[in-house]
Design a binder for this molecule. Structure first.
Ligand SMILES: [Zn+2]
Length: 214
Protein backbone atom coordinates (compact mmCIF):
# COMPACT_ATOMS: atom_id res chain seq x y z
CA UNK A 1 0.00 0.00 0.00
CA UNK A 2 1.20 3.50 -0.78
CA UNK A 3 0.65 6.80 0.96
CA UNK A 4 -2.63 8.29 -0.25
CA UNK A 5 -5.69 10.05 1.11
CA UNK A 6 -7.23 8.09 4.00
CA UNK A 7 -4.18 5.98 4.77
CA UNK A 8 -2.55 5.80 8.19
CA UNK A 9 1.15 6.43 7.75
CA UNK A 10 3.93 5.75 10.20
CA UNK A 11 7.18 7.65 9.66
CA UNK A 12 10.55 8.14 11.23
CA UNK A 13 12.04 11.53 10.56
CA UNK A 14 14.80 13.97 11.26
CA UNK A 15 14.07 17.63 10.74
CA UNK A 16 16.87 20.05 9.88
CA UNK A 17 17.04 23.72 9.08
CA UNK A 18 18.90 25.31 6.16
CA UNK A 19 22.16 25.10 8.07
CA UNK A 20 21.75 21.41 8.78
CA UNK A 21 21.01 21.86 12.48
CA UNK A 22 18.69 19.18 13.80
CA UNK A 23 15.47 20.78 15.03
CA UNK A 24 13.50 17.67 15.83
CA UNK A 25 13.60 13.93 15.31
CA UNK A 26 11.42 10.94 15.96
CA UNK A 27 14.39 9.16 17.57
CA UNK A 28 13.59 8.11 21.09
CA UNK A 29 9.95 9.00 20.65
CA UNK A 30 9.10 6.28 18.20
CA UNK A 31 7.61 6.74 14.76
CA UNK A 32 5.07 9.46 14.15
CA UNK A 33 1.78 8.09 12.97
CA UNK A 34 -0.75 10.26 11.20
CA UNK A 35 -3.81 10.11 9.00
CA UNK A 36 -3.05 11.32 5.48
CA UNK A 37 -5.31 14.07 4.19
CA UNK A 38 -6.60 15.28 7.58
CA UNK A 39 -4.10 18.01 8.35
CA UNK A 40 -2.52 15.97 11.12
CA UNK A 41 0.85 17.16 9.86
CA UNK A 42 2.01 20.16 7.87
CA UNK A 43 0.81 20.20 4.23
CA UNK A 44 4.26 20.25 2.64
CA UNK A 45 5.31 17.07 4.36
CA UNK A 46 2.02 15.36 3.59
CA UNK A 47 2.39 16.24 -0.09
CA UNK A 48 5.99 15.08 -0.15
CA UNK A 49 5.09 11.65 1.15
CA UNK A 50 2.31 10.92 -1.34
CA UNK A 51 2.93 7.71 -3.24
CA UNK A 52 5.70 6.35 -1.03
CA UNK A 53 5.56 2.84 0.37
CA UNK A 54 6.87 1.13 3.51
CA UNK A 55 10.66 1.18 3.57
CA UNK A 56 10.99 4.16 1.25
CA UNK A 57 13.14 7.07 2.29
CA UNK A 58 12.99 10.62 1.00
CA UNK A 59 14.22 14.08 1.82
CA UNK A 60 11.28 16.46 1.73
CA UNK A 61 11.95 20.19 1.64
CA UNK A 62 9.08 22.31 2.88
CA UNK A 63 8.94 26.07 2.31
CA UNK A 64 7.39 28.19 5.10
CA UNK A 65 4.12 28.61 3.21
CA UNK A 66 3.58 24.84 3.32
CA UNK A 67 5.02 24.52 6.80
CA UNK A 68 4.42 26.84 9.72
CA UNK A 69 3.88 30.01 7.72
CA UNK A 70 5.96 33.11 7.23
CA UNK A 71 7.22 34.98 10.25
CA UNK A 72 4.86 37.87 10.97
CA UNK A 73 5.68 40.96 13.01
CA UNK A 74 1.95 41.32 13.52
CA UNK A 75 2.13 38.46 15.99
CA UNK A 76 4.41 40.46 18.27
CA UNK A 77 2.80 42.30 21.12
CA UNK A 78 3.90 44.17 24.20
CA UNK A 79 2.40 43.41 27.56
CA UNK A 80 3.17 45.15 30.87
CA UNK A 81 5.05 42.89 33.27
CA UNK A 82 2.26 43.61 35.75
CA UNK A 83 0.01 41.42 33.63
CA UNK A 84 1.92 38.33 34.75
CA UNK A 85 0.57 38.64 38.26
CA UNK A 86 3.93 38.75 39.96
CA UNK A 87 5.32 35.66 38.23
CA UNK A 88 8.94 35.96 37.24
CA UNK A 89 9.20 36.05 33.47
CA UNK A 90 12.26 35.47 31.33
CA UNK A 91 12.97 35.50 27.63
CA UNK A 92 12.37 32.09 26.13
CA UNK A 93 9.47 31.18 28.41
CA UNK A 94 6.44 29.84 26.57
CA UNK A 95 2.82 29.60 27.53
CA UNK A 96 -0.56 29.21 25.92
CA UNK A 97 -2.97 32.07 25.89
CA UNK A 98 -6.16 33.16 24.26
CA UNK A 99 -5.36 35.86 21.72
CA UNK A 100 -7.32 37.61 19.02
CA UNK A 101 -6.07 34.81 16.75
CA UNK A 102 -7.42 32.14 19.05
CA UNK A 103 -5.42 29.90 21.37
CA UNK A 104 -1.73 30.27 20.63
CA UNK A 105 1.56 29.38 22.14
CA UNK A 106 3.33 32.61 22.94
CA UNK A 107 7.03 32.96 23.56
CA UNK A 108 8.52 35.76 25.60
CA UNK A 109 10.93 37.19 23.09
CA UNK A 110 12.41 39.91 25.24
CA UNK A 111 11.93 41.99 28.36
CA UNK A 112 12.22 45.68 27.65
CA UNK A 113 11.82 48.00 30.60
CA UNK A 114 8.55 47.16 32.29
CA UNK A 115 7.19 45.32 29.28
CA UNK A 116 7.45 41.82 27.89
CA UNK A 117 7.57 41.36 24.13
CA UNK A 118 5.42 38.35 23.28
CA UNK A 119 5.85 36.44 20.04
CA UNK A 120 2.88 34.48 18.74
CA UNK A 121 4.72 33.04 15.74
CA UNK A 122 5.30 29.31 15.70
CA UNK A 123 8.92 28.64 16.54
CA UNK A 124 9.37 27.21 13.04
CA UNK A 125 7.61 30.07 11.25
CA UNK A 126 9.65 31.51 8.40
CA UNK A 127 11.89 28.46 8.20
CA UNK A 128 12.44 26.18 5.28
CA UNK A 129 12.24 22.69 6.72
CA UNK A 130 14.25 19.71 5.55
CA UNK A 131 12.81 16.37 6.58
CA UNK A 132 14.74 13.14 6.13
CA UNK A 133 11.90 10.67 6.25
CA UNK A 134 11.60 6.91 6.28
CA UNK A 135 8.17 5.41 5.82
CA UNK A 136 7.77 2.63 8.37
CA UNK A 137 4.26 1.47 7.51
CA UNK A 138 1.20 2.39 5.51
CA UNK A 139 -2.26 0.95 5.98
CA UNK A 140 -5.85 1.79 5.18
CA UNK A 141 -7.57 3.82 7.88
CA UNK A 142 -10.43 2.36 9.90
CA UNK A 143 -13.84 4.04 9.57
CA UNK A 144 -13.63 5.36 13.14
CA UNK A 145 -10.26 6.88 12.40
CA UNK A 146 -11.68 8.65 9.39
CA UNK A 147 -14.59 9.85 11.51
CA UNK A 148 -12.25 11.17 14.20
CA UNK A 149 -9.65 12.48 11.83
CA UNK A 150 -6.68 10.80 13.53
CA UNK A 151 -5.14 7.35 13.89
CA UNK A 152 -5.99 5.07 16.81
CA UNK A 153 -3.74 2.06 17.09
CA UNK A 154 -0.59 1.14 19.02
CA UNK A 155 -1.03 2.01 22.62
CA UNK A 156 -4.50 3.32 22.20
CA UNK A 157 -5.67 6.61 20.98
CA UNK A 158 -2.52 8.51 21.65
CA UNK A 159 0.09 5.94 20.95
CA UNK A 160 1.04 7.27 17.61
CA UNK A 161 2.04 10.60 18.97
CA UNK A 162 -1.15 12.10 17.72
CA UNK A 163 -1.45 14.15 20.82
CA UNK A 164 0.59 16.68 22.59
CA UNK A 165 -1.26 19.87 22.08
CA UNK A 166 -0.36 20.76 25.63
CA UNK A 167 -3.98 21.00 26.51
CA UNK A 168 -4.35 17.44 27.50
CA UNK A 169 -5.92 18.07 30.84
CA UNK A 170 -9.24 16.36 30.55
CA UNK A 171 -8.19 15.21 27.15
CA UNK A 172 -6.21 12.38 25.81
CA UNK A 173 -4.19 11.55 28.88
CA UNK A 174 -7.09 11.37 31.23
CA UNK A 175 -9.27 9.09 29.18
CA UNK A 176 -9.90 5.46 29.85
CA UNK A 177 -7.60 4.69 26.99
CA UNK A 178 -4.69 5.88 29.03
CA UNK A 179 -4.68 2.92 31.37
CA UNK A 180 -2.04 0.91 29.65
CA UNK A 181 -2.48 3.25 26.80
CA UNK A 182 -0.93 6.48 25.85
CA UNK A 183 0.74 7.38 29.08
CA UNK A 184 2.35 4.05 29.65
CA UNK A 185 3.86 3.49 26.25
CA UNK A 186 7.48 4.08 25.60
CA UNK A 187 6.47 6.58 23.04
CA UNK A 188 4.91 8.88 25.55
CA UNK A 189 8.11 10.30 26.86
CA UNK A 190 8.26 13.60 25.15
CA UNK A 191 5.16 12.62 23.30
CA UNK A 192 1.54 12.62 24.12
CA UNK A 193 1.70 13.51 27.76
CA UNK A 194 4.26 16.21 27.63
CA UNK A 195 3.82 19.63 26.19
CA UNK A 196 6.61 18.97 23.75
CA UNK A 197 5.05 18.59 20.40
CA UNK A 198 6.68 16.83 17.51
CA UNK A 199 7.58 19.50 15.06
CA UNK A 200 6.13 17.63 12.16
CA UNK A 201 2.77 17.71 13.75
CA UNK A 202 0.27 20.47 13.62
CA UNK A 203 -1.40 21.58 16.76
CA UNK A 204 -4.64 20.03 17.71
CA UNK A 205 -4.12 16.38 16.99
CA UNK A 206 -5.61 13.99 19.38
CA UNK A 207 -5.89 16.34 22.30
CA UNK A 208 -8.14 18.96 20.89
CA UNK A 209 -10.21 16.51 18.95
CA UNK A 210 -11.41 14.97 22.15
CA UNK A 211 -9.66 11.67 21.83
CA UNK A 212 -11.98 10.00 24.27
CA UNK A 213 -12.51 7.93 21.19
CA UNK A 214 -15.46 6.24 22.84
ZN1 LIG B 1 -10.12 9.18 18.23
Amino acid sequence: MRVAQDTVVSIEYTLKDDQGNILDASDGRGPLEYLQGFQNIIPGLEQGLLGLGAGDTKTVTVPPALGYGEYSDKLLQRVPLDAFGGHAVQPGMRFRADTNQGMRTLTIKAIEGQEAVLDGNHELAGKTLHFDVKVVAVRAAEPTELAHGHPHQTGGCCGGGGCGSGESEGGCCSTEASAGGCCSTEGSEGGCCSTEQPAAEKQGGCGSAGCGCG
